[in-house]
Design a protein around this ligand. Structure first.
Ligand code: GLA
Length: 733
């Protein structure tokens, strides 16, 4: 891995074994993009890859040399000097002008990678990462812009972010500051996004790119279940197993914009960053602003390979602390078992049965604090309700721990109900515009985490409970979007900062709690999977994937989630039937077979199961304990998409390819068909694998496939609805 600066030609080349990224300083001093793709030989002068051509009606920056901003691929473009596509940033000057010319003034190459102040960021050692910081400057307004690129030794990945420093003499307003721009020479890509809503998160949608703009965004204050801040550009013939694609993953949990724009000449501009519509950052002389980072990964071997890059990268270079690469505890959460209607006694009964089943952690969900007997009140009042917890959180936790289980509980720290002691004492702490209508979501408002004293106050309340009790886990929820966004008491020209500062406050609270309690496992949640993003993974290594726990819907939701996020991060529970969200009755086998590929657990009262079902649960837990490392950290392959058929299949393979687990699911059976063959992936073609009572060479399983029949995959009957099976493959010694 290396970063080379060719001083004579003013060209940068970043490369590792797999990729090259090349830029240069254009004749006007601004940075231009030359190449991003497969590793190239280092050549001093690749400037002929840019476009110098005389065309009618084009405005040239320099007529003589035919250098035009519009015709050349830019690295971090502004608007107003002849580039007419969407810009990467915009700076408003006091005189009302907003044209910026960022000229290269210098750069620095260093080993490893710097942390971003207050923001989540990937990390790695001096051997693993090399970074380049390019300094650009606008001579008139004094803004200095630092573009940062970090290239990983072992991954086809470049991580980018941008820092602005106002070194001028007057105040400047940054009203657009995206993290990344990538100009590509052609637009022959399809755009893949992961869209949905509450309880149907992250469905892959593929759109054609043509002249004009394709975009997704969130302006909801969180990354949202509606659009995920992860996008893939792929060639039309790219599938799971072969072909070229580039992924863009935003390490941020708030409002975002991701967009691809194909211009008149067929070039493509990809942009990603904080949503400019809800952002405006005034900067006094001396002040600076840092954008979150984008992780850009490339493959020539299909979407599974691209996903595997993100899985491994996030497990090794984003997730931190005690739970990094650790098997996740099998938990039982009481939410769907009791909702808010419980007593210490009823909770202990559920916990005891969970222990008997083999679970390792009990999680007390919503309803334990203030007057919280329904969702109309008490958020913000983080004090135990003595009627439900007469011995406090401490008392309950100690009893659960005495049973041999770990204990954790639910919080929603960013929220407040108007009907709460906190709101009555501090109405100005809620995000709202005084004298204007206040919208509610789930009867609640959002606390203004852009205010330090609010974060401090909530920290104090939570710290008191956690420090006194044996707490191993926290589920951190976030159940409404931001509206009427306004920070009460903040000067008018600072209001454009509130959305971003709110997220910084969320990160700060995470950071403080984790510093105080480094052993606690945090699981993030936002009405299920409404904040499933790379930013959150830095603080909470797993996320509740969806409030929809229906076994069949979960196949789709988890399948879609694996495009950008590792299996170990996907909170997945077996719940009761008829399912509380869909009313569907999916067999407990299938519910288990889906949840096993995730941070596994249960979300029901096991006391209510039949003896047979309970035995099945015990067996599921035994199986997960035996294979947990492989299930959560094996190389994950999507084999058959539930979005194309009423069936799905995926598998995990161990690092040395000696072991694999295949899972097949039929959501809805089709009568009178030949089951056919399913091609596996990731195995060693020369190894022989034992599976069920049969043995197969890896090449047979990958090139010909395994018959989707009961005699080869015991328990699988494609002719039945809600049928599923798991097959363990082990190298024959
Ligand atoms: C959200 C979460 C659920 C549960 C409830 C509690 O909906 O996604 O898992 O914690 O809140 O109110």
């Amino acid at each position: 891995m290396n970063i080379i600066w060719h001083a004579k030609t003013k060209q940068f080349h970043l490369y590792n074994d797999q990729i090259s990224y090349i830029m240069y300083v254009q004749p006007n001093g601004e940075l231009g993009q030359l190449y991003f793709g497969k590793r190239l030989h280092d050549t001093e002068d690749l400037i002929y890859l840019s476009d110098r051509i005389g065309l009618s009606l084009v405005t040239y920056y320099d007529m003589e040399s035919q250098f035009s901003m519009e015709l050349n691929r830019q690295e971090y473009p502004s608007f107003g000097s002849g580039d007419f596509s969407s810009p990467a940033f915009r700076i408003l000057e006091e005189d009302g002008s907003s044209v910026t010319n960022l000229k290269h003034v210098g750069h620095e190459i260093y080993a490893s990678k710097k942390a971003l102040p207050g923001l989540p960021a990937l990390y790695g050692t001096e051997e693993e990462i090399t970074s380049l910081e390019i300094q650009l400057q606008d001579e008139k307004n004094g803004m200095h812009v630092f573009l940062t690129y970090s290239i990983f030794r072992d991954y086809p990945v470049i991580v980018r972010s941008t820092r602005f420093e106002n070194r001028g003499k007057s105040e400047l307003v940054l009203d657009r500051a995206l993290s990344l721009c990538l100009d590509l020479p052609d637009a022959e890509y399809e755009w893949m996004q992961f869209s949905g809503a509450w309880a149907r998160e992250r469905r892959p949608i593929t759109r054609k790119i043509d002249k004009g703009i394709v975009a997704i965004e969130s302006k909801r204050g969180h990354s949202s279940p509606n659009q995920n801040p992860f996008v893939i550009l792929k060639r039309a013939n790219t599938d799971e197993f072969a072909g070229e694609a580039i992924g863009f993953s935003f390490v941020y949990s708030g409002n975002f914009l991701a967009q691809a724009e194909c211009d008149t000449y067929g070039k493509l501009r990809f942009l990603m960053g904080i949503h400019p519509d809800t952002f405006s950052w005034s900067m006094k002389p001396g002040e600076n602003f840092v954008t979150p980072e984008v992780v850009m990964a490339r493959t020539t071997q299909g979407l599974n390979d691209l996903s595997q890059t993100y899985h491994s990268l996030y497990n090794n270079h984003l997730v931190r602390g005690k739970w990094k690469n650790q098997e996740r505890p099998i938990l039982l959460n009481n939410w769907e078992a009791t909702y808010m209607d419980f007593t210490e006694e009823s909770i202990l009964k559920i916990a005891a049965k969970a222990k008997e089943a083999g679970a390792e952690l009990f999680v007390l969900d919503d309803g334990w604090f203030g007057k919280r007997n329904d969702d109309h009140r008490a958020l913000g009042d983080w004090v135990e309700n003595p009627e439900k917890l007469p011995n406090g959180m401490k008392g309950l936790a100690e009893k659960v721990v005495a049973m041999g289980l770990k204990f954790g509980f639910w919080i929603e720290p960013e929220m407040v109900n108007p009907d709460s002691d906190l709101y009555r004492a501090h109405p100005e702490w809620a995000i709202a515009i005084p004298d204007r209508h206040k919208s509610l979501g789930r009867w609640q408002m959002v606390l203004d985490f852009s205010k330090e004293e609010v974060v401090d106050y909530i920290y104090g309340m939570l710290h008191r409970i956690i420090k006194d009790a044996p707490i191993s886990y926290i589920k951190w929820d976030m159940n409404r979007t931001l509206t009427e966004c306004f920070s009460q008491g903040l000067p008018a020209k600072e209001q454009g900062k509130v959305y971003h500062k709110h997220i910084l406050g969320v990160y700060r609270l995470y950071e403080r709690l984790e510093e105080a309690f480094p052993d606690i496992l945090f699981e993030s949640c936002s009405s299920g999977g409404g904040r499933f993003d790379a930013g959150m993974l830095y603080y909470a290594p797993q996320a509740w994937c969806s409030d929809n726990t229906d076994g069949e819907d979960r196949v789709m939701i988890q399948y879609g989630t694996t495009y950008g996020y590792p299996v170990s991060s996907i909170g997945a529970h077996v719940s009761a039937v008829p399912n509380h969200q869909t009313g569907r009755v999916v067999p407990i086998t299938m519910r288990g077979h889906v949840a096993m590929f995730g941070a596994f657990g249960y979300e029901l009262d096991l006391n209510r199961l039949t003896e047979d079902e309970f035995a099945m649960v015990q067996e599921q837990i035994r199986f997960v304990k035996e294979h947990r490392k492989l299930l959560q950290y094996g190389k994950f392959y999507r084999l058959r998409s539930p979005f194309e058929k009423n069936q799905a299949a995926w598998m995990v393979v161990s690092e040395d390819k000696s072991k694999a687990i295949l899972a097949v699911y039929t959501m809805r059976a089709t009568v009178n068909i030949i089951p056919g063959l399913l091609k596996l992936d990731g195995l060693d073609p020369d190894k022989k694998y034992g599976a069920g009572d049969k043995e197969y060479y890896g090449d047979v399983l990958m090139e010909a496939g395994i018959p989707l029949r009961d005699d080869c995959i015991p328990g699988y009957n494609m002719g039945h609805d809600g049928n599923s099976a798991i097959l363990v493959l082990e190298e024959c010694k």
